[in-house]
Design a protein. Structure first.
Length: 171
């Protein structure tokens, strides 16, 4: 007998957080909601999969209608922000290809670009910029991605962001 309702969605969250793409696919096929939220954190299955960089899970969820711009209820982080922080390039690309908002802002105004810059994720910064992430955007404290990179002494990323800002005339 297939799990029903809340039980099915709880199973979906567990499977997504563990990278079990086949189980996710089966649960969705049995009617689990791809946009159901974890009762404690408000995270969706796609948000949970983002932390582990589980691309196969992401692809299954996206194909079944998961909201690529869903936010968790604690921080307002999107799957793109989480995957960017963790350095999961393939997951980031899958989300962007599915229409994720590259300039979405979390509750504190942070963007995926700011998070990637702060974490020293050069490859992610380059991917986000190639998808038109705005390097001049500021968070609630007036800090840009460039300032995050400079504060963390990520010189290559600082250089890339500075060049991008100069290109766009937003210095």
């Amino acid at each position: 007998m297939a799990p029903q309702g809340a039980e099915s969605e709880r199973a979906l969250m567990i499977a997504a957080s563990r990278g079990a793409a086949e189980a996710v696919n089966i649960l969705l096929g049995k009617g689990a909601n791809p946009n159901a939220r974890d009762a404690a954190t408000g995270a969706t299955a796609l948000i949970m999969a983002a932390g582990g960089g589980y691309e196969k899970v992401a692809n299954v969820l996206i194909k079944q209608g998961a909201d690529v711009n869903a936010t968790d209820t604690d921080t307002g982080f999107t799957p793109l922000m989480i995957a960017s922080a963790k350095g999961h390039a393939g997951f980031v690309k899958a989300l962007l290809d599915a229409g994720a908002d590259v300039n979405a802002q979390a509750a504190d105004g942070s963007t995926a670009l700011m998070i990637a810059a702060a974490e020293g994720r050069k490859d992610i910064v380059e991917i986000l910029l190639s998808h038109y992430a705005d390097p001049a955007k500021t968070n609630a404290h007036g800090i840009t991605a460039l300032q995050y990179a400079q504060n963390k002494n990520h010189k290559e990323i600082s250089h890339i962001l500075k060049e991008k800002q100069e290109e766009s005339g937003k210095t």
